[in-house]
Design a protein around this ligand. Structure first.
Ligand SMILES: C[S@@+](CC[C@H](N)C(=O)[O-])C[C@H]1O[C@@H](n2cnc3c(N)ncnc32)[C@H](O)[C@@H]1O
Length: 384
């Protein structure tokens, strides 16, 4: 493909959910600086007169997140130095994608809890961003799990600093004292990654073309399975039901792999960024747990950082009897992440089988073609 064409495709690639607060009104740094004196020192003006911040300064990105959460969402928020700092528009996109999944009626709604939506945030982090956004934007309730002391302490602080939504959010400690084999491994000595002859029942509805083979060219070690603390099984309690789980997993196998993007500084400690086997192993564990928990969740979802991993994970889902798979693309400037969702609930309507499905995007992003430069900078942050 010619470079012109490629550039045009990239420029036209929509980037933000239409319901996202920032889709029409990107953050106005000059306004925020005039309203919040603590943000003002981080704003400077380029030669063309545009207000900017230094994305390589952790204090600047953290202060921006703080004032956006306060100004646009009425949320009090803070994280200690070095913890992963979320960008608000990006995280909001994932929340709105889940909102779309829940309202799509692809699978029937349950009358369990009236209209109340309950989510489970796997690895909520010190920033607790998904429960804070989901509760304040949409009134959803959450269990947010984590395993590090700093994440649990600060997630709790961030919840308590917001009494108007604190009733909606429970922070739950995951016991990290021992690593857990998957249920599959404890029963058979094999992980789901080793399975090759399980049949897929139901239908798939997906835009990503999964390979029927589960063998990919992987870097050494990438096939290793997850042996960390429990993820869902052992954390979800008997009798609990959730509408969805959400997860921004530890994407990498090592801090070297995580690398440091010299253009940005979003923090992120090894506990937040890294696990054995990286995202492939972590999300495979979510899949294994979902096989055990089945309809305890209406939708299981995770963010995926690499397209090769997305294909691999879809091929896993084909084998474990899910009724539906959905994917979307989250565009962050030059960087792509993917949303992966699946369910064991029988679909409410006929789904196109993968053999005849067009390779079409579920993505909400198609309507937005123009983005303001300051928002472009904001979403051009490569982050976990
Ligand atoms: C990439 S961070 C995501 C933080 C936050 N959700 C966000 O989007 O910015 C991953 C988080 O998962 C947590 N984590 C890792 N393994 C976990 C497990 N088995 N159960 C719960 N949390 C876990 C880490 O401590 C870290 O806070």
């Amino acid at each position: 493909m010619g470079s012109k064409k490629r550039r045009r495709r990239r420029e036209e690639r929509p980037t933000i959910h239409p319901k996202n607060k920032y889709s029409e009104n990107p953050p106005d740094f000059a306004l925020l600086a005039s309203l919040y004196p603590s943000f003002e020192p981080f704003v400077f003006y380029s030669r063309d007169g545009r207000p900017r911040i230094d994305w390589t300064d952790f204090n600047a990105t953290r202060e921006l997140t703080r004032v956006l959460l306060l100004h646009d969402h009425g949320l009090n928020w803070w994280i200690p130095d070095g913890q992963l700092c979320p960008t608000v528009p990006n995280r909001s996109n994932y929340i709105h994608w889940i909102e779309d999944l829940l309202s799509s009626n692809i699978i029937p709604t349950t009358s369990r809890n009236g209209d109340k939506v309950k989510g489970f945030d796997i690895g909520t982090g010190a920033n607790c961003i998904y429960p804070l956004l989901g509760a304040s934007l949409l009134g959803w309730s959450f269990v947010g799990s984590d395993m590090t002391d700093v994440a649990l302490e600060w997630a709790e602080k961030n919840v308590k600093s917001n009494p108007h939504i604190s009733e909606l959010i429970e922070i739950r400690k995951v016991d990290n004292s021992e690593s857990t084999p998957s249920i599959q491994e404890s029963l058979t000595g094999k992980s789901v990654q080793d399975e090759s002859n399980m049949d897929m029942s139901g239908h798939m509805d997906e835009e990503a073309e999964p390979s029927s083979s589960s063998s990919f060219n992987l870097p050494a070690g990438a096939q290793s399975s997850y042996h960390g603390p429990p993820v869902l099984v052992g954390v979800v309690r008997d009798g609990e039901q959730f509408d969805f789980c959400i997860c921004n997993p530890p994407f990498f196998e090592s801090m070297e792999e995580a690398g440091l993007n010299p253009k940005t500084s979003c923090g992120g400690t090894p506990e937040e960024m890294v696990c054995s086997g990286g995202e492939r192993a972590f999300i495979t564990r979510i899949i294994e747990d979902s096989v055990a928990l089945k309809q305890t969740f209406r939708w299981y979802t995770s963010m995926v950082g690499r397209k090769s991993n997305l294909k691999f994970l879809i091929s896993k889902l084909r084998k474990v009897g899910v009724t539906i798979v959905k994917t979307t693309e989250f565009v962050q400037g030059q960087t792509c992440r993917w949303g992966l969702a699946w369910s064991f609930v029988p679909p409410a309507r006929k789904i196109i089988s993968p053999h005849v499905a067009e390779k079409k995007n579920l993505s909400f992003m198609l309507e937005c073609t123009l983005i303001n430069r300051s928002l472009y900078q904001m979403i051009n942050v490569t982050q976990s």
